[in-house]
Design a protein around this ligand. Structure first.
Ligand SMILES: Nc1ncnc2c1ncn2[C@@H]1O[C@H](COP(=O)(O)OP(=O)(O)OP(=O)(O)O)[C@@H](O)[C@H]1O
Length: 256
């Protein structure tokens, strides 16, 4: 039987199981608690933004997830379909090798998969890897800049090369630590739209630390607020409460 319009049930999107699961993360530096019970789930196809004042623990949280900082306690799990490990990360300052071509920088994303002895001049990379790196550059709209030294590209382009390098790691999880803080508003929009598209169109699980609540509200699916290492809210972006956001940035003592 062909269903009429009236009979067709309205379907809510089926919730996806998380690809990244972070539970009860604790971290102290020199006796100072920086993370206290931090939790983060990110599903395939989801962009989660992390907001919080300077020093609230946002970078430490992402760096723990990326394996760059060892947490004192907690669980971090990446559920990859292929059973592999590792997450990809991009940073405010891009961390590209400026005199190397965009293509060589992107190929470097695969270094973890290559024999350690391999030098990373672009000619030393296997042809198949260079093809993959070109596809990653194409995905971020920069295939035509492949052979330019990374340092000659604009800030927005450099961040997109860094994202292409992250894609070349083949991780289902992309972490971005203040990816647009060094960019002008137009470039910031472009990078945020790219991160959202990598989640929505390519099915990646993306988590981004941001200092601009408006960008979080417009681009993210979910927004998490962090204050003094503690999560104060975790809400769908379309239900973000201005008062809650403002509370993240009030000085200590102003809340009591
Ligand atoms: N390696 C470290 N050693 C000692 N203290 C650290 C270290 N890394 C971070 N901290 C401290 O932990 C606190 C949280 O830092 P973190 O960088 O995670 O905050 P953040 O929310 O990302 O801030 P910002 O917005 O300024 O980047 C800060 O007080 C910082 O000085």
């Amino acid at each position: 039987m062909i269903a009429t319009k009236e009979q067709t049930p309205v379907r809510e999107p089926v919730p996806q199981p998380p690809v990244l699961l972070v539970r009860n993360l604790y971290k102290t530096f020199g006796g100072r608690t920086v993370l206290a019970g931090f939790e983060l789930d990110v599903a395939a196809g989801e962009l989660v933004a992390l907001l919080g004042a300077n020093g609230s623990g946002k970078s430490t949280a992402l760096r723990c997830v990326a394996g760059l900082v060892k947490p004192d306690d907690g669980q971090i799990e990446v559920r990859r379909p292929d059973g592999g490990a590792g997450v990809a990360m991009v940073f405010q300052q891009f961390h590209l090798v400026r005199r190397r071509s965009a293509l060589a920088n992107v190929c470097a994303g695969a270094l973890g998969r290559l024999p350690l002895s391999r030098s990373w001049g672009v000619r030393a990379f296997p042809a198949r890897l260079k093809e993959e790196a070109m596809a990653c550059l194409d995905r971020v709209g920069l295939a035509d800049r492949a052979h330019m030294p990374a340092g000659r590209l604009s800030g927005g382009q450099q961040q997109r090369v860094a994202i292409a390098r992250a894609l070349c790691q083949r991780s289902p999880v992309l972490l971005a630590d203040e990816p647009v803080s060094a960019l002008d508003p137009a470039a910031a929009e472009q990078v945020m739209a790219l991160l959202r598209s990598l989640a929505h169109d390519d099915g990646m699980a993306v988590a981004a630390v941001l200092h601009q609540p408006d960008l979080a509200e417009r681009h993210a699916d979910r927004v998490i607020g962090l204050r003094g290492g503690v999560i104060t809210f975790d809400t769908p972006a379309d239900r973000l409460d201005g008062g809650q956001v403002a509370g993240l940035y009030l000085p200590d003592g102003a809340l009591s």
